[in-house]
Design a protein around this ligand. Structure first.
Ligand SMILES: N[C@@H](CCC(=O)N[C@@H](CS)C(=O)NCC(=O)O)C(=O)O
Length: 259
């Protein structure tokens, strides 16, 4: 049954069908997409049910063993208790909310409008931000591509400012949308001022600022902040932004970097 399911969505060519092994989430602390699942696991008290492990434990993201579970070679990846490999962070989040609905807070808004708002913010994040986020910290084919990516991030921040209701994304209830957005904002809050000359990511975006402050006061939010920020600091200590050509790009004032 599980093998058939895995094949039908084209993942997990080699599926381990152990019965009732502990579920595993493959990801690392700095991964913003993985952090949204980590946040949900902790908020719902699922640490006894799901282990969070590094892809390195099975040879890394591009190892044959990992690629057999997730052909995209990306994290996060959940391998369920039944041995079913489930990739894509938002799919994993929704599965966790559904599968463990009776465990801890629902993290689902109680009204159709709240749920739509949460889904919309998550969709904007996943469709328009995640695909370009590498412009903040990776080598790029061209300086133009990096500058366009940064411009896109600034634009999508304004879009999110118009969506977030406060104090949480969907209003008074913490939802999976908060889990999805917050780790990426840890990237924005550190990288954009430090390497791209932004004065303040939240300037002119009062709703996002209030939301950020709310999330920083949440115990799991604070923990995610420390983990993701710690990973980014590690990159900084290893001169990542110089080595990936970013410092040189930003020195070129013919392009706009700060918004
Ligand atoms: N749409 C995917 C994106 C996953 C993704 O890009 N993950 C990054 C880490 S946050 C990754 O695995 N990067 C390594 C690579 O692409 O080689 C999701 O939401 O899970």
């Amino acid at each position: 049954m599980m093998l058939a399911q895995a094949r039908s969505i084209g993942v997990g060519r080699r599926t381990v069908c152990s019965i009732s092994a502990k579920a595993k989430l493959y990801e690392v602390p700095v991964s913003n997409n993985g952090a949204r699942n980590r946040f949900i696991i902790r908020k719902k008290g699922l640490e006894g049910i799901i282990d969070v492990v590094s892809p390195q434990t099975i040879g890394g993201l591009k190892s044959p063993e990992y690629l057999a579970l997730n052909p995209q070679g990306k994290m996060p990846l959940l391998v369920t208790e039944e041995g079913w490999p489930l990739p894509e962070s938002e799919v994993i989040s929704q599965y966790l909310l559904d599968k463990y609905a009776g465990h801890g807070p629902s993290l689902v808004a109680s009204t159709p409008e709240g749920r739509a708002r949460a889904n919309l913010a998550t969709r904007i994040h996943d469709v328009y931000i995640v695909p370009v986020q590498g412009c903040m910290y990776r080598t790029m084919d061209s300086i133009e591509a990096r500058a366009k990516g940064i411009e896109q991030i600034a634009f999508q921040l304004d879009v999110l400012e118009g969506i977030v209701q406060g104090p949480f994304v969907a209003g008074s209830e913490l939802t999976a949308a908060d889990a999805a957005l917050f780790p990426t904002f840890v990237f924005f809050e550190f990288i954009l001022p430090t390497y791209f000359g932004w004065k303040d990511v939240f300037a002119g975006r009062p709703k996002l600022k209030a939301w950020w402050e709310t999330m920083m006061k949440d115990p799991e939010g604070a923990k995610i902040y420390e983990e993701v920020r710690g990973g980014l600091q590690g990159w900084a200590n290893n001169n990542r932004w110089k080595d990936q050509g970013i410092v040189d790009h930003v020195a070129n004032t013919a392009y706009k970097w700060a918004y």
